[in-house]
Design a protein around this ligand. Structure first.
Ligand SMILES: [Zn+2]
Ligand SMILES: [Zn+2]
Length: 156
């Protein structure tokens, strides 16, 4: 039988990536337990230095509600935040990245920041400044890719 991670194709391979992922999940757990989590570096000039703003209400409301099937329950599918196994017939939230969470685990999180705590898939925010930054980052990334290609072409 294939593992949860094989199936979702999201096993972190890079240790640093794994560390960041665990840090996010830790934060999400603290939130779920009602702890007041400090999200921040409010004075950091760059979004790179802080967590993105909350998910837009519409994008949260648009999340699919999924009923856990007997097969999923049999596989011992767990909520990544609280690590409790989902029960058959339980209604849970599905992020666009297909990760499943209890409403009570993911909603407080999305009220703080817009990304999946497991894979950092980002929901839309209603922060115009951040949305602009995101577009900008995509453009920068594309430019870097082109440069890498060029570099590759020159040295191979
Ligand atoms: Zn949970
Ligand atoms: Zn995800």
């Amino acid at each position: 039988m294939s593992s949860y991670f094989d199936e979702h194709d999201c096993e972190p391979t890079d240790p640093e990536e794994q560390y960041r992922q665990n840090a996010l999940l830790e934060l999400a757990r603290s939130l779920m337990q009602g702890l007041d989590v400090d999200f921040g570096f409010p004075d950091a000039p760059e979004w790179d230095q802080r967590l993105p703003p909350p998910a837009a209400k519409v994008s949260v409301q648009g999340l699919q509600l999924v009923v856990i099937s007997p097969q999923q329950a049999d596989k011992g599918l767990k909520c990544p935040v609280c690590l409790l196994e989902f029960e058959e017939q339980e209604t849970v939230r599905e992020m666009p990245c297909k990760h499943l969470f209890h409403s009570g685990c993911i909603l407080p999180w999305l009220g703080k920041t817009n990304s999946c705590p497991l894979c950092r898939f980002e929901l839309v925010t209603d922060d115009p400044e951040y949305e602009e930054f995101k577009k900008d980052k995509d453009r920068r990334r594309q430019r870097e890719h082109r440069l890498e290609d060029l570099h590759g072409a020159m040295y191979t």
